[in-house]
Design a protein around this ligand. Structure first.
Ligand code: ATP
Ligand code: MG
Length: 567
């Protein structure tokens, strides 16, 4: 996060005019699902900014809705933030830590005539609230005495009222053009046990009420959130200012509140092409078994990206490149691919793997004879050295690298044509062998002994270079190729009458039984390779076994982003 942006500008201003003496941010996930790449952006911004200003960033779980939250999610969130390379140190908090404080403040607001207990139900709540073009109407209970509201609020807390029978509302302005200010709910009854507070509470604060209080008590200076909260900012400020006013008038809370109030700043959320980015939708994919789980390598979750083979640094690089904006936009998923490709190009070990093997017999090569060649481990990084690869009479090439009736300008192998085997010899196809059904089972070729290492004295032109593996030493490996999970560029904008599930690509994972260089036998979970011509791959940490690695394709080699960004 070196580039400047409007959030940093605000911070510099706030430090300059002494509104705050240091920077304190927070990342506030709701533990109701696994984190996704959009959250990664928020994490990079919040932790990145605090780091840049020598500040602190808290991890706060916004656990205000007991019905949807779970410790499984708390644990996965912590793992993901750590994996991305950020450290909240001892600053791990929960909105539920402040339930007592939120309740105490609510009592004070009631006493001050700033909140009241309302009994409107279901549709009526909406009807009284009005619409964007018409003002709302006062609830019949809006002007009840504070003492009555307080008594009812106590009953709500004591479990004497049922869910939906009553809720606490802030008394603000039913005619406000901002719907969020039309006496929003701040407490509701929920007789559900909470993953941290158990059955201690049956009333729970609403997010819009609990969030500013959580920010304030933690001493957050800059409460950075996504754009959909812009319209909630007046409410955020209302909560803080009303409580502050009560304190200024002499009320002493049971917790010591920091003197400065936090400031909310909004930025545009990340949207990615071919990707849904809502925990609710991602959970549906998991529950409907459209994917292997939250960490399916096709999922945009951080755990999915990790399993697929992305590195933390490639995701941070991505977050940095997309930057921080004030208007929503859609980022091309090719940019994410570009970031991991750039990184792995420099440091991934190369290997030859045949995804769809076709056997080639070199008829003029002596049976049993072997020859050893050296292959660079990474031509972009010669320090990575070289390895030995064994050449012999029988090898595999890709089935798609041979065509019996090729079109003009086909530079790979065809009857009578000559190609270079990468790092080895030139071969010429002499004979095509087929089974009874007409399927090609093997090719008989001859090699040119003069072409060792891929060059000949007569400098004969051979355009095609094929990768290959030796049949004798090849190992079998499972390789998984992925397409985007969605066939629609913007799954957020679904045509009328359709469901986003209609656009899940059922063939987005293709499993191959491939033939690979023996080098890959010892590959460990999370080892990453470039398979020549096929892209970058990572060893699946769940489905691999010792000596039986399973490879996930992270990304292919084609760089359409580079091309896009140059035009
Ligand atoms: P979702 O709609 O995916 O469930 P959310 O906003 O409800 O997301 P939270 O757990 O409340 O999820 O989000 C934690 C933080 O991450 C919030 O500050 C939120 O603004 C931010 N965040 C969520 N989605 C994105 C996104 N796509 N891009 C950037 N930040 C995001
Ligand atoms: Mg949310």
């Amino acid at each position: 996060m070196d580039s400047s942006n409007f959030i940093k500008d605000f911070i510099v201003e706030d430090l300059g005019n002494k509104r705050y003496s240091s920077v304190h941010t927070r990342f506030p996930p709701e533990p109701n699902g696994y984190l996704h790449i959009g959250h990664a952006k928020s994490i990079c911004i919040n932790f990145g900014i605090s780091k840049q200003f020598d500040g602190i960033c808290n991890l706060r779980f916004d656990d205000t809705n007991p019905t949807k939250e779970d410790v499984e999610y708390v644990d996965s969130i912590k793992e993901d933030v750590k994996w991305l390379g950020f450290d909240w140190m001892e600053n791990e908090f929960y909105a539920s830590d402040y339930y007592g404080l939120c309740y105490e403040f609510a009592e004070q607001l009631v006493l001050a005539g700033k909140a009241y207990v309302c009994h409107l139900k279901g549709d009526d709540v909406g009807k009284y609230r009005g619409t964007l073009t018409s003002p709302g109407k006062a609830s019949p209970w809006r002007d009840r005495p504070a003492s009555e509201s307080l008594e009812l609020f106590h009953k709500m807390k004591a479990g004497e009222l049922e869910e939906g029978e009553a809720f606490l509302r802030a008394k603000i302005d039913m005619e406000s053009p901002n719907m969020n200010m039309r006496d929003p709910a701040i407490y509701r009854i929920k007789k559900t046990s909470h993953h941290r507070t158990g059955n201690e509470w049956v009333v729970y604060p609403m997010y819009d009420y609990a969030h500013p209080i959580g920010d304030w008590i933690e001493g957050i200076t800059h409460s950075i959130c996504t754009l959909e909260f812009e319209d909630h900012r007046p409410l955020y400020e209302w909560v803080l200012n009303e409580i502050k006013a009560l304190i200024d008038k002499g009320y002493t809370p049971s917790w010591k509140m920091p003197s400065a109030l936090p400031r909310q700043i909004e930025f545009a959320r990340l949207n990615l092409t071919y990707t849904v980015m809502s925990k609710r939708l991602l959970r549906e994919l998991v529950e409907n078994k459209c994917v292997l789980g939250w960490d399916d390598p096709r999922m945009p979750t951080i755990s999915g990206l990790r399993r697929r083979g992305y590195t933390p640094s490639s995701i941070r690089e991505f977050a940095d490149r997309i930057g921080v904006a004030k208007t929503d936009s859609m980022v091309d998923i090719q940019l994410l691919y570009f970031c991991i490709r750039e990184e792995l190009n420099k440091n991934a070990q190369r290997a030859m793997v045949i995804l769809d093997p076709l056997k080639v017999v070199i008829t003029n090569w002596e049976e049993g004879k072997e020859e050893i060649f050296e292959a660079e481990n990474n031509p972009e990084n010669l320090e990575m050295g070289a390895r030995k690869i064994v050449f012999g009479r029988e090898i595999y090439i890709e089935r798609e690298d041979f065509m019996e009736n090729p079109p003009k300008k086909y530079f790979r192998l065809s009857p009578g044509s000559e190609v270079r085997l990468k790092g080895a010899y030139y071969i010429r196809c002499e004979q095509v062998v087929k089974d009874a059904g007409g399927k090609i089972t093997e090719l008989h070729c001859t090699y040119d002994p003069e072409s060792r290492g891929g060059e000949t004295a007569d400098a004969r032109k051979v355009k095609g270079t094929l990768h290959w593996v030796n049949c004798v030493s090849a190992i079998d490996v499972e390789v998984r190729l992925f397409e985007n999970l969605f066939t629609l560029e913007n799954p957020g904008a679904i045509p009328e009458g359709k469901n986003y599930m209609d656009y899940v690509d059922k063939d987005s994972m293709i499993v191959k039984c491939a033939k690979a260089e023996p080098l890959l036998l010892g590959a460990k979970p999370f080892d990453r390779f470039q398979f020549v011509r096929h892209g970058y791959f990572c060893v699946d940490y769940k489905d691999s076994a010792p000596q039986k690695p399973v490879f996930n394709r992270i990304v292919n080699l084609k760089d359409s982003w580079g091309k896009i960004s140059q035009t």
